[in-house]
Design a protein around this ligand. Structure first.
Ligand SMILES: Nc1ncnc2c1ncn2[C@@H]1O[C@H](COP(=O)(O)OP(=O)(O)O)[C@@H](O)[C@H]1O
Ligand SMILES: [Mg+2]
Length: 449
């Protein structure tokens, strides 16, 4: 076996030594030193490589950190900031500036409790928040927060605990989001919902009322129509029997039968006219045909029509008329209004004096029909102008509950008002205020809501 020459041997080529000979101590030391130097060089090399690796890693890390910092800083919709373990602000982003109004320079180093309302500060909420985040690692809540200018906003806040590598508390990160808009939208939605529900409720109540009114109307209408119809057929049967019996009837007797029949059929006709008027009003097919007229003459005409009933019921009617008043109204319709009011006075205040007056009024002309009957309780007054509404009229007094509804619609079509002045036991005065002029074609009715 040939051994490779040792480095020391190569240093001194001229002095060859026997392999068995013991080396001098000095040579040995140099040899060891050389070995060590080589090893050191290798270690140095490895270290340099490691340093280079670490530098690159460090740079990558720093780039990442920078990117992260830039990202956080640029977020505008969220306030993102850091707190030290004691709650002092230690970083601030653009969103925090935008949301809370503080510049980084004026808030970093300040305690974060200033973002709370005084009430929450008194309740130690800032401390509770941090304590919860410290213990649980995270805390989330919604609540009111305060901006630099003192204004308040509704916020969602998330506080997270930040640890160092050994798990020691470094501080907290805080993310705050402004929920004012969301809350406002929720509020708007809620109130829209509520008003929708209220409308549905109202509408349902209206429908139920209308259905009930229709049922009541049907029973009243059939009863009301039946009454004159029964009388009419009785009168006609009586006449026919008289003729069949062969007994001679005087022309006066025959006339009386015919007149009674005519009266009943007129009553029937009036009822049906009322119904037709209501459907015309409902359908919006109701126009005016105005003509020039003397207001006093109009009143006298209606009084004359009622003469038979007035004398029959012994009801005194006094007229108080300003003869100078002239107007352009739909005569037939105005006669209908006054007839409805007078017939009510005769029905509900039978025998007591009734007054019909025409004078100047706030809109031009005021017509008043006043009676001295039982009057109408204040709380019943709004109902009496409704369709088919009889507002507790005595059962023995007939009617469809349409007279005042139709009268008010006619007056309104003339751009006037119909109101009542009355109370229990005080008689009733129905007051028609009208402009003295209405143009043709005016007064189409709108479908009631
Ligand atoms: N002059 C009056 N005195 C007392 N109550 C009246 C008078 N006029 C009207 N009313 C009340 O108003 C209700 C509505 O009147 P109206 O619409 O003319 O219907 P009707 O006469 O068919 O009942 C009546 O049922 C009655 O209760
Ligand atoms: Mg009536």
């Amino acid at each position: 076996m040939t051994s490779r020459p040792r480095p020391s041997a190569r240093l001194r080529p001229g002095k060859q030594k026997a392999p068995a000979r013991k080396k001098p101590k000095k040579d040995l030391q140099i040899e060891e030193l050389l070995v060590e130097t080589g090893a050191l060089r290798e270690q140095q090399q490895a270290l340099q490589t490691r340093i280079a690796e670490l530098t690159t890693a460090n740079e990558t890390l720093k780039r990442g950190e920078d990117r992260f910092r830039l990202l956080v800083e640029s977020v505008k919709d969220y306030a993102i900031y850091m707190l030290d373990p004691g709650g002092m602000v230690s970083s601030w982003n653009a969103g925090a500036r935008r949301l809370k109004g503080y510049e980084a320079a004026e808030i970093v180093g300040q305690h974060y409790s200033r973002f709370f309302t005084p009430e929450d500060r008194d309740a130690k909420l800032p401390e509770v928040e941090l304590e919860r985040a410290r213990v649980d690692g995270r805390f989330e809540a919604e609540g009111e927060r305060v901006r630099k200018d003192g204004s308040r906003f509704w916020a969602n806040v998330i506080v997270s605990r930040i640890n160092d590598a050994s798990g020691k508390l470094l501080g907290f990160s805080k993310v705050t989001r402004d929920l004012t808009e969301r809350r406002r939208a929720e509020g708007a939605m809620r109130s829209a919902n509520e008003s929708l529900e209220a409308r549905v409720r109202d509408r349902t109540a209206d429908l139920e009322k209308a259905l009930k009114a229709r049922d009541v109307f049907l029973s009243i209408a059939s009863h009301e129509l039946k009454t004159p119809l029964t009388s009419l057929s009785l009168v006609l049967q009586m006449g026919a029997r008289a003729l069949k019996s062969g007994r001679k009837s005087t022309p006066e007797q025959m006339l009386e039968v015919l007149e009674r029949a005519a009266k009943q059929s007129m009553a029937l006709g009036d009822l049906i006219d009322g119904l037709l008027d209501v459907s015309r009003i409902q359908a919006g097919r109701f126009t005016l045909e105005p003509q020039k007229l003397s207001v006093a003459e109009l009143c006298e005409e209606v009084a004359a029509r009622f003469a038979p009933q007035l004398s029959q019921t012994q009801t005194p009617l006094s007229l108080s008329l300003d003869r100078a008043l002239e107007a352009r109204w739909d005569k037939r319709r105005l006669l209908q209004v006054l007839a409805n009011l007078l017939s009510n006075a005769l029905k509900y205040a039978q025998g007591k004096p009734v007054q019909l007056s025409a004078e100047k009024g706030p809109l031009g002309v005021r017509l008043t029909v006043k009676d001295n009957g039982p009057g109408i309780a204040l709380e019943r007054q709004p109902q009496i102008f409704e369709r088919f509404e009889r507002a507790g009229a005595p059962a023995n007094i007939g009617g469809l509950g349409l007279g005042l509804f139709i009268a008010r619609r006619i007056v309104e079509a003339h751009r006037g008002t119909l109101s009542v002045d009355s109370d229990t036991g005080r008689g009733a005065a129905f007051i028609v205020d009208l402009p003295d002029h209405v143009t043709a074609g005016e007064g189409g009715f709108e479908e009631p809501a």
